[in-house]
Design a protein around this ligand. Structure first.
Ligand code: ADP
Length: 438
């Protein structure tokens, strides 16, 4: 940052000095030129007043003027007199622009390059009353001369500006960076103070990220604690029964009962582990895996029919009604899992003689899956919580029916991966309806 500011300031300084030098030279040169012009004009007018140049037939009166060259030109362009050269050896002056102008308009002005690059000669010619032209000329600094003259001063100014801008850049960087460094120190806190109002979005973003990290750390912690707890219960039961059998503390018929309990607990462990693995698979699911176009009705029908046996054993009637060609973009095994989890819940949290309807339809152009039952229902205040991992309304019933408390968490995950939405409508004793909109 320091380097960048330094470079920027130096460029501005150099450009500034160059522009100002050129500008000032232009202005001063303009003033200087008009001053030279006025000077030689005055010289010519004064000489005219002296009467020396009244009679062209008697030229040659020497005049002493410093720095000014005087040339007297006759009506045909021949030089009558020149104070710096022999007039007779001089060429005809009719071709000089200022002399032509003077013959034509009464007076003429011109500036020409002198022998050296940084000097010019300025001419003023005046037509006298006798028809001849009197010209004065002076050699002085031209534009480049002035510019070169300005160069040492410009270099000094530039050096001063360079030193000043290096010092200023250092101070500026320090004052700019200090608040950012302070902000960096508070970044670890949940409420980082933005160094500048312009950095507020950045600070907010960091704050949001910080909150997210905390939230997901807390979730992971809760999840680990819950998993350990959930795994512990069936394992404790298995150990307990095994110990009883080991010590021969079983009466007639007990062995079978205990073996059955051990098997049930082992089944529970297996389904828990399966669900946990499934959730972690969904967590690390890569978004760019291919989604395909699939028939929601057919997928739902197939999935629900795998639960017919379970429905019969719960004495619940299970029916599927699907509109034709309700297509979605998705992953078949996930959609199938979603239907199975919802339908399985509807069967398990039901009562003998109850029903479960799986419906696939199109609503407002959107593909919908509705799983309806007239089972035990869910109290309104728990509707939001049932999607949390390991949350159960009725723990013992869930456990008895082989629930893990993860089924709806998996459903919610799949819904999110499909950019869909899920809503629940339920009342205790009346029934439950889950609607997934794609
Ligand atoms: P579980 O494995 O315990 O069924 P879920 O995550 O699938 O866990 O469901 C969470 C809780 O939501 C269940 O324990 C149950 O109390 C309630 N629930 C889910 N579906 C239904 C339903 N169709 N009817 C009544 N209660 C339900």
């Amino acid at each position: 940052m320091k380097k960048k500011i330094n470079r920027l300031m130096l460029s501005i300084a150099i450009l500034g000095v160059l522009l100002i030098s050129t500008f000032l030279t232009t202005v001063f040169y303009g003033l200087f030129q008009s001053q030279v012009k006025t000077d030689i004009q005055t010289d010519v007018e004064l000489l005219q007043e002296t009467g020396i140049f009244d009679d062209p037939s008697s030229p040659g009166m020497p005049i002493q003027v410093r720095d000014v060259r005087i040339t007297w030109v006759d009506v045909d362009g021949t030089v009558l007199y020149d104070n710096e050269a022999d007039a007779r050896s001089m060429e005809n002056h009719m071709d000089r622009p200022e002399i032509q102008e003077a013959f034509r308009d009464g007076s003429g002005w011109n500036a020409r390059e002198s022998g050296t690059l940084n000097r010019s000669t300025f001419y003023y010619a005046l037509k006298l009353s006798n028809g001849t032209v009197l010209r004065a000329s002076k050699t002085a600094w031209n534009f480049y001369g002035h510019l070169l003259g300005m160069l040492p001063a410009a270099c000094v100014v530039l050096a001063v500006i360079v030193i000043a801008s290096v010092l200023l850049a250092r101070a500026l960087t320090k004052s700019l960076v200090q608040p950012i460094e302070k902000m960096a120190e508070t970044l670890g806190s949940p409420d980082p103070v933005p160094a500048y109002p312009e950095l507020a979005p950045f600070a907010n973003r960091l704050r949001a990220q910080h909150d997210d990290i905390l939230r997901s750390a807390k979730m992971r912690q809760d999840f680990t604690a819950n998993v350990s707890h959930e795994l512990k219960t069936p394992l404790t039961a298995i150990c307990g029964y095994a110990e009883l059998m080991e010590n021969g503390m079983t009466g007639p018929g007990d062995t079978e009962r205990m073996a059955c309990q051990i098997r049930k607990s082992a089944d529970r462990l297996l389904s828990l582990i399966n669900d946990i693995i499934r959730l972690s698979q969904l967590d690390s699911y890569e978004e760019d895996l291919p989604f395909v176009s699939l028939n929601l009705g057919e997928t739902a029908e197939e999935a629900a029919s795998s639960l017919m046996v379970s429905a019969r054993s719960h004495k619940v009637s299970l029916s599927v009604r699907a509109e034709k060609d309700v297509m979605i973009i998705g992953r078949e095994e996930m959609i199938s899992e979603l239907v199975i989890n919802l339908t399985d819940n509807a069967i398990r949290y039901n009562r003998p003689g109850g029903y479960v309807h799986v419906n696939v339809l199109k609503k407002d152009g959107k593909a919908c899956l509705v799983v309806d039952d007239n089972g035990i229902g869910i109290p309104k205040e728990q509707h939001d919580r049932i999607f949390e991992r390991f949350y159960r309304v009725d723990k013992s019933r869930s456990r008895e029916t082989g629930g893990t408390g993860l089924g709806l968490a998996i459903v919610k995950h799949i819904v999110m991966l499909h950019n869909a939405s899920i809503t629940v409508d339920s009342a205790p004793g009346i029934g439950t309806s889950f609607t997934v909109e794609f």
